[in-house]
Design a binder for this molecule. Structure first.
Ligand code: GRF
Length: 221
């Protein structure tokens, strides 16, 4: 199946942007037939913005501290995003909670990647918590963004093993490896219209081939 014309995405970041880089790499190698129309950071001078610049992707930052209210920030962010007319808004390490009006404005068009096997460990410091709880499995989840923090309908997850020798850094690396595989894969599915949301239920086209990988790939097919 081919994608319909240009599938536009905007990527929102706040930091290093390694997930953004994974998406850029996949588009460059033609594995991901999308156009990253814009990158917007909630922080200035982050490495993710440099990655966008290096890839010749229009990029900007919008700092919350320059706005008097959360709503004002969200409206300006939404207007900026609208200029790119994206099919999908991809949160990739965007460290900011988006308000209800923003989420309604872009209903069912915003996805996020979270470093845990949700519903386990929403919020921050997921790797620390996994180690503290002596879990044997950890991973990442891609979900639709709703007003419930890290609790929107889950699209896909990838699991990694936690070994007794893991520390926060090694675990974070394992999860990043999983994320860098999972995000381009799932965005590709969006571009091919293989993912939809019916109410709160994610509907995946089960005829789409699941990539062979060493990772445990979790889908609700
Ligand atoms: C990722 O671990 C992602 O799951 C979380 O923030 C981190 C962003 O990393 N939401 P990067 O900026 O993509 O390197």
């Amino acid at each position: 199946m081919t994608t319909s014309n240009n599938y536009n995405v905007v990527v929102l970041i706040s930091g290093k942007g390694s997930n953004l880089q994974a998406l850029i790499n996949a588009t460059k190698s033609s594995q991901l037939p999308i156009k990253i129309s814009g990158v917007i950071s909630s922080q200035p001078n982050v490495y993710g913005l440099q990655r966008a610049k290096d890839a010749n992707i229009p990029h900007s930052h919008l700092s919350p501290k320059d706005f008097q209210s959360r709503d004002a920030y969200d409206i300006t962010l939404g207007d900026l995003i609208d200029q790119y007319k994206p099919n999908l808004i991809i949160l990739a390490g965007f460290m900011r909670i988006l308000g209800k009006a923003f989420l309604e404005r872009f209903q069912d068009k915003i996805i996020n990647i979270h470093p845990s096997l949700l519903p386990l460990y929403p919020g921050i410091n997921t790797h620390q918590q996994v180690l503290h709880d002596k879990r044997v499995e950890h991973g990442c989840s891609i979900h639709f963004v709703t007003t419930d923090l890290d609790a929107g309908p889950i699209i896909a997850q990838a699991a990694v093993e936690v070994s007794v020798t893991d520390d926060i850094e090694t675990l974070q690396q394992k999860v990043h490896t999983a994320e860098h595989f999972l995000y381009p894969t799932i965005v590709n599915w969006f571009a091919h219209k293989r993912v939809s949301l019916e109410g709160n239920t994610v509907v995946l086209d089960s005829t789409f081939p699941v990539p062979k990988t060493g990772l445990c790939f979790k889908l609700n097919l």
